[in-house]
Write a protein that binds this ligand. Structure first.
Ligand code: SAH
Ligand code: SF4
Ligand code: F3S
Length: 472
């Protein structure tokens, strides 16, 4: 049963209009089709599952073909200019479909909706509804407004909304791995970043609802959950009945205790906040994966300072040393921005030397893209020429390719416990899955093993991004 996602007070108000609702419900017995496409970070993909749940409760079913849909939602990202450009291009395609199917409603959700608000309706004539990340409970009402011939906007941000009571509908799920949002928003003010403006203030979700969701997933056969937040280390919840303060270390432990066969991952850790306490919890529980995404952004203390990351190079290196000391086998990945305002060649070299120091298993790498309204846009000139940004970005990518390969090679010849996620993309005779360190492992099917099983795989060699082996 899907949760209706509305409060008791709203229920009462709804009952007053029951006679009217019955008529509308009768109309809605023929379910309408919803298509939803997501861009950006895992939080956005996770939000789309909440949106699907709200819509299903209101007479919609999902479709994988946007041309067949009555309602098309695009859940958008504003993090870099090219992320927004991709959305605009995709909207053109939806717009073309709408011309041959004029009854189609097009909705823009997520961070771009929040950033541009009603301006979106002026700029994109084919868009009917614009909804920010904290306003999804209002979607059925907004769709009703569109049905009545209006165009609708709700971009109110909330200090409380966590959608804690809504059971997400798992979209495009492999039935084995799932995301659980543990918090929303962000209170850090990294000067390059648009997220605090598009997602609002940081708030943590009720620990009980997180644990219930993890238990439910495990009962349904899921074997891995990833706890999501922009800065998971600042998770905090006070249990009103027991008075217990739950921080991220404790939350991680509680989720790990749901079942030893449920793997736990999490993202993103902020270098300023990740504590030794968290590292000891990771080390203590076998089912908490030895993998930390710890975005560095830059290796230069001066650049980190104007990025407002509130740590410096030494602090970051100390955190990496703590990880290596407490969890010797831990994989580390990162995010790197090249060509941030005023970055000198030497400072870029410091980023490369930081990469040499850590030898990241994996990295997400970007050229700086100025975002309107951010602190950096207001305070600093976006003064690194495009070709210099690109060159530095390429140098970072080339170095990372070496390090990724080096880290994979270190894992060749070793045995890995792999959670089978499904068939390999290249062959239906092979399974794929991840090891504890988050490396992708491909190996031939054998015996009775099936997706969702844990198997021990001997890694025999590696390609650029994958370990290849066999079950032993
Ligand atoms: N909360 C996470 C990051 C979320 S955004 C954290 O604090 O690490 C994901 C990544 O996008 C960031 O880590 C950063 O590397 C990149 N990013 C954010 N804003 C950017 C911008 N304006 N230009 C280029 N990359 C950016
Ligand atoms: Fe953006 Fe910084 Fe918040 Fe991450 S921690 S979402 S980079 S403001
Ligand atoms: Fe993008 Fe919003 Fe996530 S800007 S990265 S979708 S929080």
């Amino acid at each position: 049963m899907f949760n209706t996602g509305i409060s008791e007070k709203e229920h009462d108000e709804a009952r007053q209009g029951e006679a009217l609702m019955l008529e509308i419900d009768a109309e809605k017995t023929v379910s309408r089709k919803l298509y939803i496409e997501s861009y950006g970070c895992q939080m956005n993909f996770s939000d789309s599952e909440i949106v699907a749940s709200i819509m299903l409760d209101n007479g919609f079913e999902t479709t994988k073909d946007y041309k067949q849909a009555d309602v098309v939602f695009i859940n958008t990202c504003s993090i870099r200019e090219n992320a927004e450009q991709r959305v605009r291009n995709r909207l053109k395609e939806f717009g073309a479909a709408k011309k041959s199917n004029p009854g189609m409603t097009i909705g823009v959700l997520g961070c771009m909706a929040e950033r541009l608000k009603s301006k979106f309706l002026e700029e994109e004539k084919l868009v009917d509804v614009v909804v920010g990340p904290d306003a999804y409970r209002d979607l059925p009402n907004l769709i009703d407004q569109v049905d009545d011939g209006a165009r609708a906007v709700n971009v109110l941000l909330s200090r409380e909304e966590t959608y804690a009571d809504i059971s997400p509908v798992r979209l495009n799920s492999n039935g084995i791995t799932a995301f659980i949002s543990i918090m929303r928003g962000c209170d850090n003010m990294c000067s390059f970043c648009v997220v605090p403006f598009t997602r609002g203030r940081e708030r943590s979700r009720d620990v009980h609802s997180i644990l219930d969701e993890a238990r439910q997933l495990f009962a349904e056969g899921y074997k891995e959950v990833t706890l999501l937040g922009q800065n998971v280390d600042s998770y905090k919840w006070t249990d009103e009945t027991t008075g217990e303060h739950v921080n991220f270390a404790r939350l991680l432990e509680l989720v790990a205790l749901v079942d030893p066969k449920l793997r736990v991952r999490f993202s993103t850790s902020h270098p300023k906040d990740i504590t030794d306490e968290v590292l000891y919890v990771i080390a203590k529980y076998d089912n908490i994966c030895n993998y930390i995404h710890l975005p560095v952004q830059s290796g230069s203390s001066r650049v980190l300072d104007i990025m407002n990351r509130t740590y410096d190079r030494d602090w970051y290196m100390d955190r990496v040393n703590a990880i290596r000391r407490i969890i010797p086998n831990c994989a580390i990945s990162t995010d790197v921005i090249s060509g941030f305002c005023t970055e000198t060649e030497e400072e870029h070299q410091e980023t490369l030397s930081m990469m040499e120091f850590v030898k990241y298993d994996y990295a997400y790498m970007f050229a700086y893209s100025e975002r309107p309204g951010t602190l950096a846009a207001k305070r600093y000139p976006d003064d690194i020429p495009e070709e210099v940004k690109k060159r530095r970005h390429t140098e970072v990518m080339n170095l990372q390719r070496e390090h990724s390969h080096y880290r994979l090679q270190q894992q060749v010849g070793k045995e890995h416990v792999v959670l089978i996620e499904g068939l390999s993309k290249k062959s239906d005779q092979d399974f794929c899955g991840r090891n504890d360190q988050n490396a992708m492992v491909v190996f031939p099917k054998a015996g009775e093993f099936k997706p969702g099983d844990y198997v021990t795989v001997l890694a025999e060699y590696c390609t650029t991004a994958t370990l290849i082996g066999r079950i032993i």
